[in-house]
Design a binder for this molecule. Structure first.
Ligand SMILES: NC(=O)c1ccc[n+]([C@@H]2O[C@H](COP(=O)([O-])OP(=O)(O)OC[C@H]3O[C@@H](n4cnc5c(N)ncnc54)[C@H](OP(=O)(O)O)[C@@H]3O)[C@@H](O)[C@H]2O)c1
Length: 276
């Protein structure tokens, strides 16, 4: 039998954005490692179908909570629900997020508000609300709990025409690395997961189907990267998924900012893409 350094067996893991893509892939991996789950997203049917599948395959107990995390007071509602059900969270996966592709001035203000609300504020508020119990759990059972924040390779440089999205992910990376340091010695693992392009519903939601930054990874590959980092005795503050992505994340630091932004702007410019 495989022995993992990170062993969430018998604990409860809360995953936001579990109805598709990386969130659903996280749910499958945690279920295969014997964890119970709290699955959060807006699409109830998707969450219920996933819960049934995981129960059949792994005997997982899943609590399904349909919720729009951009709604006012959503995080308080979620935490109150957990308290009422007497559910203690050992691992938090802040995965729900979306992007918006297009000229900044053409994107709906409400959509941008929701993007920041979900990618930044809900993530921060939920982490803050659960932080004391995450630490409490980790102190009694080290290496069985974690905070996993899904950032992006977009965190490493601005992305013209997805400027808000990249800025939210830069926040997620910085925030997570600060917490990694604060959690040192507590037994709680903190990891910023930085995927590059990944085959999920992300592009469809962002409206960026025409933009390509290279061959996408599968969700399973990204999750494998995350768990390889979690299975290290000393989990790093961040992990980039895919060798090519890891190389690019380092290389952008070496290119003068003006040249980098000009090149990126050419690659992502919607007008240029439309004229091809
Ligand atoms: N795919 C990529 O290329 C890529 C690359 C780097 C980073 N990421 C990051 O990876 C994370 C997961 O995205 P994905 O690629 O798996 O895309 P996805 O398939 O579109 O999944 C996004 C998830 O977020 C949930 N969500 C969206 N808005 C929500 C809201 N208002 N309230 C609650 N849940 C909400 C969605 O569920 P509902 O619609 O049911 O609410 C869905 O489960 C995101 O943070 C994204 O920024 C993705």
């Amino acid at each position: 039998m495989t022995r993992f350094v990170f062993n969430p067996m018998g604990t409860t893991v809360l995953i936001t954005g579990a109805s598709s893509g990386l969130g659903a892939a996280f749910a499958r991996e945690f279920a295969s490692r014997g964890a119970d789950l709290v699955l959060v997203a807006r699409r109830l049917e998707r969450l219920e179908a996933l819960a049934v599948d995981l129960a059949e395959r792994f005997g997982t107990v899943s609590t399904v909570i349909p919720l729009d995390l951009t709604a006012p007071d959503a995080v308080n509602t979620l935490v109150a629900d957990l308290r009422q059900r007497d559910i203690q969270i050992a691992t938090l996966v802040n995965n729900a997020g979306f992007g918006s592709y297009g000229r900044f001035g053409a994107l709906e203000p409400q959509r941008l508000h929701n993007e920041v609300q979900l990618n930044v504020l809900a993530l921060t508020q939920l982490t803050r609300a659960l932080w004391p119990e995450l630490l409490r759990h980790a102190r009694t059972a080290p290496a069985t709990g974690a905070v996993i924040n899904v950032a992006s390779t977009a965190a490493f440089q601005p992305v013209p025409f997805m400027s808000v999205y990249a800025a939210t992910k830069a926040y997620v990376l910085s925030f997570s690395e600060g917490l990694w340091s604060e959690a040192k010695g507590t037994g709680l693992k903190v990891l910023a997961l930085c995927p590059g392009p990944t085959a999920t519903e992300f592009k469809q939601v962002a409206g960026s189907e025409g933009v390509s930054f290279g061959a996408p990874q599968s969700g399973a590959e990204v999750i494998e990267t995350a768990f390889r980092a979690l299975d290290r005795r000393s989990t790093p503050p961040r992990v980039v998924s895919g060798l090519g992505n890891a190389f690019s994340a380092r290389a952008v630091r070496l290119v003068p900012q003006r040249s980098l932004l000009t090149t990126l702007g050419r690659v992502t410019n919607p007008a240029r893409r439309a004229s091809r």
